[in-house]
Design a protein around this ligand. Structure first.
Ligand code: PBG
Length: 325
């Protein structure tokens, strides 16, 4: 038996470049954006160093910068004033609300940008849950009927994709049915199909002040111990009419991304969530790891696992580096 000398392929940078199997490009990246009410407002998010909540006027400038860097898609999240929140999340359906106004303005100014909106009730719900809470239960079908209206409102305002992140049963089918019935055949659905009940959403809930007031999200989000159940959710959402599927969080769930990609024919999106962002950012700030290497390694691992696209708070930052490679 001869020694197998695999290092021949790792001899020089040129050779390493030639045999590289997976690449990361600016086309892979979607930037999440936090919007607040008002004008000329910009707020730091203490749990996500480097990320800001901004009023729409300032976000429009920021989006312009993203587009110049080659970013082609964003996903919007609203930070709603506490006084507008209630237990039925009615602000989610306000046609003059923060998100409907933002969709219209963004699409008017940047018609080619692929605009994704989040469909869920937690930013608007005084209980902090993605669905309507009654007697300690998150009501499924009642929530879905509100989500359908929210999705239709976003479609009417011009969203390219609506993205249900609530994990209620049957919502993809109901949203698809209504969008088609109302003539929005071209509005797509990106489903958070495999969303785990993760500790890694903490900084995001801080950003939106949307921490559940009571209980947790385990009756709708997936148990981190389960893989078959995640796959079932992905398959169900594809058959209900989803155009793309999200696995979330990403780094601790690369096996799920891999399985999702093997069992589905539509694009899989990895969501590198707020906690993943902050862990890297804070470790780098403390000189424990190198920021750029950590970002590249984390994002390329998601692509290697089978993600077609990645939602990442690092999108803007890393796009600049990718453009220089
Ligand atoms: C809720 C929603 C969450 C995120 C996106 N949509 C948080 C949650 O489920 O509590 C998390 C995103 C992140 O952590 O970056 N509908």
């Amino acid at each position: 038996m001869m020694i197998k000398r695999g290092r021949k392929l790792r001899k020089s940078q040129n050779l390493r470049d030639l045999v590289q199997e997976t690449v990361l490009s600016v086309n892979d990246l979607i930037q999440p954006i936090f919007i607040i009410e008002g004008k000329n407002k910009s707020e730091k998010i203490s749990s996500m160093p480097g990320i800001k909540r901004r009023s729409l006027d300032l976000q429009l400038d920021y989006i312009n910068k993203l587009i110049k860097r080659g970013i082609k898609s964003i996903i919007l999240f609203p930070s709603i004033d506490e006084k507008r929140k209630n237990s039925k999340a009615t602000e989610a359906l306000n046609p003059k609300g923060l998100i409907p106004k933002a969709i219209q303005k963004i699409k008017k100014q940047f018609p080619d940008l692929v605009l994704i909106t989040d469909i869920a009730l937690d930013p608007y719900n005084s209980d902090g849950h993605d669905g309507i809470l009654k007697n300690n239960e998150i009501l499924n079908d009642e929530t879905v009927s509100v989500l359908v209206k929210q999705a239709l409102l976003h479609a009417k305002c011009g969203a390219d994709f609506v993205s249900p992140s609530d994990m209620m049963d049957g919502r993809v089918f109901k949203i698809r049915e209504t969008l088609d019935k109302k003539g929005f055949h071209n509005t797509g659905i990106i489903s958070y199909a495999a969303k785990f009940a993760s500790c890694l959403y903490g900084p995001f809930r801080d950003a939106l002040n949307s921490e559940p007031k009571k209980g947790n999200k385990k009756s709708y989000q997936l148990n981190p111990a389960n893989s078959d159940e995640a796959l079932k959710e992905l398959i169900d959402d594809e058959s209900e009419g989803a155009d793309m599927l999200i696995v979330k969080p990403a780094s601790l769930y690369l096996d799920i991304i891999h399985k999702a990609n093997s069992s589905s024919l539509i694009p899989i999106i990895a969501y590198q969530v707020s906690g993943e962002y902050s862990m890297i950012k804070v470790s780098a700030k403390n000189n424990l790891i190198d920021l750029d290497s950590a970002i590249f390694e984390s994002l390329i691992s998601m692509k290697r696992a089978g993600a077609t696209l990645i939602i990442s708070y690092f999108a803007e930052y890393i796009a600049d580096k990718l453009n220089k490679i």
